[in-house]
Write a protein that binds this ligand. Sequence first.
Ligand code: AMP
Ligand code: MN
Ligand code: MN
Length: 328
Amino acid sequence: MKLMADYKNIRDMIDESNSILITSHYSGDGDAVGSQLAMFNYLKQLGKNVEIYDEGEISFQYKFLPGFSNIKDISEATGENKFDLAIVLDSSNLDRIGKVKELLDSQTKIINIDHHPDDDHFGDLNLVVQSASSTAEILTQMFFDIGFEIDKDTATVLYAAILTDTGRFRYESTGRRTMELAGLLIERGAAPRKICDSIYFANSPGMTRLTGKVLNNAEFIADGKVCMLEITNQLLKEYDCNLEDFVGMAAYTLTTKDAVVGALFKELPGGKTEVSLRSKNILNVSNVAHLYGGGGHCNAAGFVVDMQLKDIRLKVMDNLKGLVNASV
Ligand code: AMP
Ligand code: MN
Ligand code: MN
């Protein structure tokens, strides 16, 4: 079986390495953070020298996860960091890890574990399972298959990763296997209510108020089929909030019955804009993200552009109108 062969090759590559880097895409989400912490625990248990380096701010929502302090920002890396092996999790290509790429040299072998359909197989070994809901689901399956004893902390970070990447077990990607593995993680000590509340019910008052403001400004076009939201710098300042804490806001674009496509625009420093796209059914927003150098899944995709929010908003509005009109 191919999976078993991949597991064996992964283990061999780990055994041959003294110093291992774990990383993921910039501004890690729940899957990125949880998968990295789980892999860290596995490698530590094997007695390996292992470090996690990431680029970009991470939402406060994941900072309660056990072992979070093991994640270091790339700015803390010294020139002395040398790695025989890099395990890259939840990244469809190497550019997604940003400056962490600078820690790799020609000697560094790469294991790529991912579930994005547009993963470009950049690793020396690629464990890419498109049907998996999350990278954490791939890891959970692997840990059970190889008999790694999952403890409470590892169960917690894996459960949090699956929970967040399935939109709380809601996306199409949520299969029977996803639920079964989540159940097994609960058996190993993951606490569903506590984990869910720590992620989704822990806003500051400012965040709750800012959410209200953003929703109040929602724009509906194409007979309500497209919903657009935006978070500007000015709003963040006014409500004393951090942009990275609003990873969940994109989901609000589809809370209206008729809305089938949504876009959330976030103003970044330096005149850039981050765009999160969401859709229902077979409408593929990843095609739109690819137009601007981004990517993602059929129902959730994103990109960052060097353009002012209002300019990219107009362009994306046309793209999304085109997408829904083509589908009627
Ligand atoms: P987000 O809107 O940031 O929650 O991202 C939704 C999905 O799109 C995730 O699967 C991301 O991995 C993917 N994605 C977001 N931004 C990018 C990007 N710049 N390049 C490639 N994929 C992206
Ligand atoms: Mn991710
Ligand atoms: Mn993921």
